[in-house]
Design a protein around this ligand. Structure first.
Ligand SMILES: Nc1nc2c(c(=O)[nH]1)N[C@H]1C(S)=C(S)[C@@H](COP(=O)(O)O)O[C@H]1N2
Ligand SMILES: [Mo]
Length: 246
């Protein structure tokens, strides 16, 4: 077991039996790198050196599990899905120069990432899939990020069984990483609802829980302390580490 992988994780004890994920990650030497000087806990053990391994089409996992909350069934999402997300808009706002609502075709036209990468869930399974979408950095450049912005917050359509809404966030450094994308396509098809469609975040250099599904709004902020539980994401509010570099 690669202990170093979990040094930064408050989940270390719970992960004691996770052979799958540790085996899958054994090829990545654990290299500590502080990626955000202003956040002392930003100590992701990033064996990918910010660049996740690419795979061949023959290595794609056939039966790709879904994980986390079930696909949203509320009226807002169901109505959008019924019309093939024709009226879906991704709102990008907060500390940006030009807040904007992106329709799905506009996002598809901006698509500039097409990669076969591995998805590692903290629960101990890894799968290889193909995602296509727009580089988050490209989208952020389009709206212009204000100098005060530090984090990118992603708001989802889903809630847990208690009704707590899902959200996530990443630092601007990870947002700028070339493989961080808003995936509008999975397996060569429009991202299915079950896999976070129409638009989901995909970060192959971080554990799966950072890849927020069903994103409808993005906000640039200088702090996440006042958002929901204050730890930067739904899973983080439930004790997971903020930085989940792999
Ligand atoms: N909105 C939302 N995003 C989410 C989750 C969730 O419950 N809700 N679960 C996360 C977890 S733990 C994992 S492993 C991946 C699963 O992605 P998949 O269902 O496409 O395999 O989504 C992540 N993103
Ligand atoms: Mo996960």
């Amino acid at each position: 077991m690669n202990r170093r992988l979990f040094v930064a994780s408050s989940m270390a004890a719970a992960l004691a039996g996770c052979d799958g994920v540790t085996n899958a990650l054994a090829g990545n030497a654990g290299v500590r790198r502080v990626v955000d000087a202003a956040a002392p806990l930003n100590a992701g053990v990033i064996g990918t050196h910010g660049r996740a391994q690419l795979y061949a089409a023959s290595q794609i996992t056939r039966d790709f599990p879904t994980n986390g909350n079930p696909t949203p069934t509320d009226m807002t999402y169901a109505a959008l899905e019924a019309h093939r997300f024709a009226t879906y808009r991704l709102r990008v706002e907060g500390l940006v120069d030009r807040p904007h609502e992106f329709a799905l075709p506009a996002l598809r036209r901006m698509a500039n990432v097409d990669e076969i990468t591995r998805h590692d869930c903290v629960e101990g399974w890894s799968v290889v899939g193909r995602w296509q979408g727009v580089r988050l950095a490209t989208l952020l450049a389009a709206v212009g990020v204000k100098p005060e912005a530090r984090y990118v917050v992603f708001y989802s359509f889903d809630s847990d069984s208690q009704g707590t809404p899902f959200y996530g966030s990443i630092g601007l450094d990870e947002a700028a990483a070339p493989q961080t994308q808003l995936a509008t396509s999975f397996k060569g098809q429009p991202t299915p609802a079950a896999y976070g469609g129409p638009v989901r975040l995909r970060i192959p250099t971080q554990l799966g829980y950072k890849s927020t599904k069903w994103v409808h709004r993005i906000a640039l902020v200088d702090s996440y302390k006042k958002i929901y539980g204050g730890h930067g994401g739904y899973w983080e509010d439930n004790g997971y580490a903020y930085y989940a570099g792999i």
